[in-house]
Each structure stands twice: as structure tokens, then as C-alpha cells.
Write a protein that binds this ligand. Structure first.
Ligand SMILES: C[S@@+](CC[C@H](N)C(=O)[O-])C[C@H]1O[C@@H](n2cnc3c(N)ncnc32)[C@H](O)[C@@H]1O
Ligand code: SF4
Length: 352
């Protein structure tokens, strides 16, 4: 994650902020602006399920920019200081820069970021930055063309992603971070190539443990590479030292290269769950408010929104949903062996 100087501490709670049932404030909102994607990453939207006949949301079912902005403004009054736009692939949503402009003008929102697979980033980076986007995270799991094809579900595009990263740097969307999901026997042998390539570039690579999000990625725990194992392998070539977290709820464990050329991070939701400090809410593309990435159900905000609910009524729903929040799925993941698994919400829909 970024150095502290790049990431001024965000006040933890607004005066009105409501803690959840475990005392966690709501400071971070991820908004899925688009459920569709131009990739079919097997760990997220496997092609067998998300084929030509899969029914995605119709345009009218997605929240409009006006609806998203109104809800974001209400979330901000509850303590949200960081907003991240995600999906699906957020750059498939046309006119996204206009939404960025609206969200960046909301009082209290100190940080506005985007997570993208990067394929369309080169053509949008400058416009997004001009409208107030602060930072971008690009997902890139490999620098090998064949593995890229496999991990995107059969698409080319590695060069376009690298162009997108360059365009983001040029547009000042800094620090640019990379998210790399590492799976054993798939791309674990290429993690060090990513480190060697981006070390010293100002780009922060964050390695993510392969997670059991949704129900369709056929998760196999044997494919998870624990962050500790990966960190030791990287430190064998490039000595590392830990960096203190900058704020509560920071999900990545940060390490700096001892020779001072930058940082890398590890997001270890499987081997070291961070539920105790999780301050994130998620808003799906059709306006459902989820309190956990692994949620089984959420609170529908679109119906009351479209039925003419007042701000007070919507705020009541936000507050009561957050106040009831007890989620700690990653901490419980290993406990209920043999029990029927609850149906989770898919990541492309809830927003990664
Ligand atoms: C769902 S994607 C949405 C944004 C955009 N399409 C992208 O790929 O960056 C957000 C992030 O979730 C990650 N992700 C998806 N499925 C995952 C899984 N099963 N385990 C770990 N990370 C996953 C992706 O690698 C990506 O970095
Ligand atoms: S990880 Fe991102 S790029 Fe890959 S299928 Fe999911 S939403 Fe699309």
C-alpha cells in the first residue's frame, strides 16, 4: 500500500458515525458500477457459468449515476471517507468520469479510487484523473502471455494492461497499485517476475490470497499460497522489512525493500483474516447494501430509493443495517466443517 506521506490518515469516525455490533466504524465504501466484465477470470467469473446466455442486469436495473451519488452522499454522513469504484469491470460503464466528478465533490470523501483489470485504462486514465479520481489499482496476475490468457478466461491484453498502467502513472493517479491473485501451480512461479519487473517503478504490487468468494469459482484451498510462504520467497531475493499500517482497516500487510526502492503488500484474507478491523461496506450495481464480501444477503436500497424515500428514511436503513453488522466470515471460514455452506454473493456483482 502507499507510503504514509501519500496517504494522509483518514479520520476514523465522523461525529454521526454508527459503529457496528462489533464496534467497527463504517469508513470505506466499495461501489460496483457494472456487473458485466470483458474478462472471464476463472477465479471470479468462470466462462462455464458466465457464458453467452448468462443474464446480467439490464441497464435500468443498475443504479443511475444520480442514485449512486445520492447514496454515496448519505454514506459519507455516516463516516465514509474512502470510496472505491469497482465491478465487474467499472470501465465498461459509459461516462464513468462524470460519476467520478460527482463523487469527488462530496463533502468528507477524502479518497476516491478505482479497481480495474486495466484493459481500457489507457483510454480513460487522463479523463478520470481530470474529474477527480485520486488513485487506481490494476489487477494483473502474471507477465507471461500464456498464463495471462488462461487467467483472463481466454483473452489477450497483457500489453494493453501495461499501457494502462503507464497511462495511469502519467495521469498522476498515484500511487498505482497492482493486485495479483496467486494460485499454487497456476502462477506462483511467476510472482517473483512481477516483483522484479515493478520493483523501483513506484508501483506497489500487492499479492492476494486466492479466496472462496461466491459459489462458482470451485474454490480449492490447496491452491491458496499463504502470504507468509510468498513473502519468504521474495525476501530470499530482495530483503524486506515490515512497514506499520497507516490506518485502521488497512487490509494489506506492507513491506518495504531494505534497499529503499519501494514497497510490496500482502492481502491474506485466508491465512490471516482481518475481520476484526473491517470497516468496509459494499453497494452492488443494483443498489443492494452488503456489509461483507462474503455476505449471504444484503439490504435493498434501490426499491425505497425509487419509491421516493426521503434522505432520513434511507439513512435509517443505512444505520440500522450497519448497527446490526456482525460479519466475520474469514475468521469463521475454517470452523463449520461438514455444515451446509450458505450461498454467498458473487464478487463480480458485489464488487471486489
Ligand atoms: C472482482 S475484481 C473487479 C474489478 C476489476 N474487474 C478487476 O479485475 O480489477 C476486483 C479484484 O478482485 C480480485 N478477485 C476476484 N476473484 C478473486 C478470488 N477468488 N480471490 C482473490 N481475489 C479475487 C481480482 O483479482 C481483482 O483484483
Ligand atoms: S476479476 Fe475483474 S477482470 Fe476478472 S472476471 Fe472478475 S471482474 Fe472481471
Amino acid at each position: 500500500m502507499e507510503a504514509e506521506s501519500d496517504n494522509p490518515p483518514i479520520p476514523l469516525t465522523a461525529p454521526q458515525a454508527t459503529p457496528d455490533a462489533r464496534g467497527r466504524p463504517l469508513t470505506d465504501l466499495r461501489i460496483s458500477v457494472m456487473d458485466r466484465c470483458n474478462f472471464r477470470c476463472p477465479y471470479c467469473m468462470p466462462r462455464e457459468t458466465f457464458g453467452d446466455h448468462y443474464r446480467f442486469l439490464a441497464a435500468a436495473e443498475r443504479l443511475s449515476f444520480e442514485e449512486i451519488t445520492r447514496l454515496a452522499r448519505l454514506f459519507a454522513t455516516q463516516g465514509v471517507r474512502k470510496i472505491r469504484l469497482t465491478g465487474g469491470e467499472p470501465l465498461l460503464r459509459s461516462g464513468l468520469a462524470d460519476l467520478v466528478g460527482e463523487l469527488s465533490a462530496i463533502d468528507g470523501v477524502a479518497d476516491l479510487a478505482l479497481t480495474t483489470n486495466g484493459v481500457l485504462l489507457a483510454q480513460h486514465a487522463a479523463e478520470l484523473a481530470a474529474h477527480g479520481l485520486r488513485r487506481v489499482t490494476v489487477s494483473l496476475d502474471t507477465l507471461d502471455h500464456e498464463t495471462f490468457r488462461r487467467l483472463s478466461g481466454g483473452f489477450d491484453g497483457l500489453e494493453r494492461v501495461l499501457d494502462g498502467i503507464r497511462a495511469a502513472l502519467e495521469a498522476g493517479l498515484q500511487p498505482v497499485k497492482l493486485n495479483s491473485v496467486i494460485q499454487r501451480g497456476v502462477n506462483d512461479g511467476q510472482a517473483l517476475d512481477l516483483v522484479r519487473h515493478f520493483r523501483g517503478s513506484g508501483i506497489v504490487v500487492r499479492f492476494i490470497e486466492y479466496m472462496d468468494v461466491g459459489n462458482r469459482n470451485d474454490w480449492n484451498p490447496a491452491l491458496v499460497v499463504p502470504s507468509r510462504e510468498l513473502r519468504d520467497a521474495i525476501a530470499g531475493e530482495f530483503p524486506l522489512k515490515p512497514v506499520a499500517g497507516a490506518y485502521r482497516g488497512e487490509v494489506a500487510e506492507r513491506y518495504a525493500y531494505e534497499d529503499g526502492v519501494g514497497e510490496i503488500g500482502f492481502i491474506s484474507s485466508v491465512s490471516q483474516p482481518f475481520c476484526g478491523d473491517c470497516t468496509r461496506a459494499r453497494l452492488s450495481s443494483d443498489g443492494v447494501f452488503y456489509t461483507c464480501l462474503f455476505a449471504t444477503r444484503g439490504t435493498d436500497l434501490r426499491t425505497p430509493l425509487r419509491a421516493g424515500a426521503s434522505d432520513e428514511e434511507l439513512l435509517g436503513l443505512l444505520r440500522s443495517t450497519w448497527r446490526r453488522r456482525e460479519d466475520r466470515y474469514s475468521e469463521l471460514r475454517r470452523l463449520p466443517i461438514g455444515e451446509a455452506k450458505p450461498r454467498k454473493i458473487e464478487m463480480y456483482y458485489i464488487g471486489g
